[in-house]
Design a protein around this ligand. Structure first.
Ligand code: PLP
Ligand code: COI
Length: 340
């Protein structure tokens, strides 16, 4: 294992030894290549550079107390990537190719998987780009699929603690029938100004309402919204948000804990009724929300009255983390175990 201060790594890029690559041309995927290069050499007219033919994924591997490595919901990430591929006309990566490449890159970089005690993990970043030249707006005929890994700590500096959010109306992240439901780079480019604005105003993240009516909750930065009240788990139903795999997993765990799960449009005003709320995603699992300010309306929806994470979010967070690290049984077959 590498000599890294595992408990103090943030959520950033850190070089590892290898990445894996696969090229698509003449209508088919080639062989998996192992590379130790951090850079790629592509045509200046590649479609990924001009017309946004770019998709990515994000998943994690965890080292357990038993020394084994567990990759969380690899198949679900492969399926979401396939969906994204259909959305922006890129060739699908089969679940089998995705699985083989993920396993290979994790094995090759096993010295970078943080130890159990650190609470850190290995972030796995698959990336698919159109590489052949086009000047007209058309999909590429050639593609490159790369997976790299990097050890990460918590996404937010404070770890599992509450954060303030601010509703931003000046910028939309995605349109109702646009690409918000796909994991493509353009959505994140569209979020940069809103995120900067939120930071400038002293908030940890921006909060989006639906782009059409500005009436319903969409997402919290690059994470799904979850709200808890009356023993019910509520999360938005919207065509412009990313279907979060963490959210889907938490819904299952919430049902197991006896909560009712509702996926439906959530009007902004309903924020005043939640006992707890959080932003959920691979990076943070759940990042509990302290309050959400609507500066234009002069309203502050204070969710955590004492500034601390609530009991339901805490229980869900602990349960999901326990499954990921192998401390609790994986009853839903979410985990791929590697003996490395
Ligand atoms: N929403 C957006 C916009 C995201 O980028 C992510 C992160 O992947 C999520 C939600 C959470 O999705 P997941 O739980 O699959 O990581
Ligand atoms: C998440 O994993 O929750 C994310 O939002 C990923 C982000 C770094 C793009």
């Amino acid at each position: 294992m590498k000599a890294i201060d595992w408990s103090n790594i943030g959520f950033g890029y850190r070089k590892t030894d290898y990445n894996v690559r696969c090229r698509y041309s003449n209508g088919k995927w080639g062989e998996i290549e192992v590379s130790s290069e951090e850079s790629i050499n592509i045509h200046m007219a590649a479609t990924c550079l001009h017309y946004g033919q770019e998709a990515f994924e994000g998943l994690k591997a965890f080292r357990g107390k038993d020394g084994k490595v567990r990759i969380f919901r690899l198949e679900a990430n492969a399926e979401r990537l396939q969906n994204t591929c259909d959305g922006i006309l890129m060739p699908q990566v089969s679940t089998e190719l995705f699985r083989n490449m993920v396993k290979k890159v994790v094995e090759l970089n096993k010295d970078y998987i943080p130890p159990y005690e650190s609470g850190a993990s290995l972030y796995i970043r698959p990336l698919l780009i159109g590489t052949s030249a086009q000047v007209g707006v058309h999909p590429a005929s050639e593609y490159l699929f790369i997976i790299f890994v990097t050890p990460v700590g918590p996404y937010f500096k404070g770890g599992f603690s509450t954060n303030p959010y601010v509703i931003i109306r000046e910028y939309d992240r995605s349109a109702p029938l646009g690409t918000g439901r796909y994991k493509v780079g353009g959505n994140y480019a569209a979020s940069l100004k809103a995120n900067q604005l939120a930071h400038e105003k002293g908030y940890s993240c921006e909060f989006y309402l639906d782009a059409k009516e500005k009436k319903y909750i969409d997402e919290c930065g690059a994470a799904n919204f979850i709200g808890i009240k009356n023993n019910t788990y509520v999360t938005p139903l919207s065509t412009s948000i990313l279907p979060s795999i963490t959210n889907r997993s938490l819904q299952q765990l919430a049902k197991d804990m006896g909560l009712t799960v509702e996926q439906r449009p959530i009007p902004e005003e309903e924020l005043s009724t939640f006992e707890e709320a959080g932003a959920c995603g691979t990076a943070a699992v759940i990042s509990p929300i302290e309050r959400i300010d609507d500066l234009e309306r002069g309203t502050s929806y204070v969710i955590s009255k004492d500034g601390k994470p609530g009991p339901v979010c805490t229980a869900l967070y602990n349960k999901l983390r326990a499954i990921q690290y192998g401390d609790e049984p994986d009853t839903y077959g979410w985990v791929t175990v590697l003996d490395i």
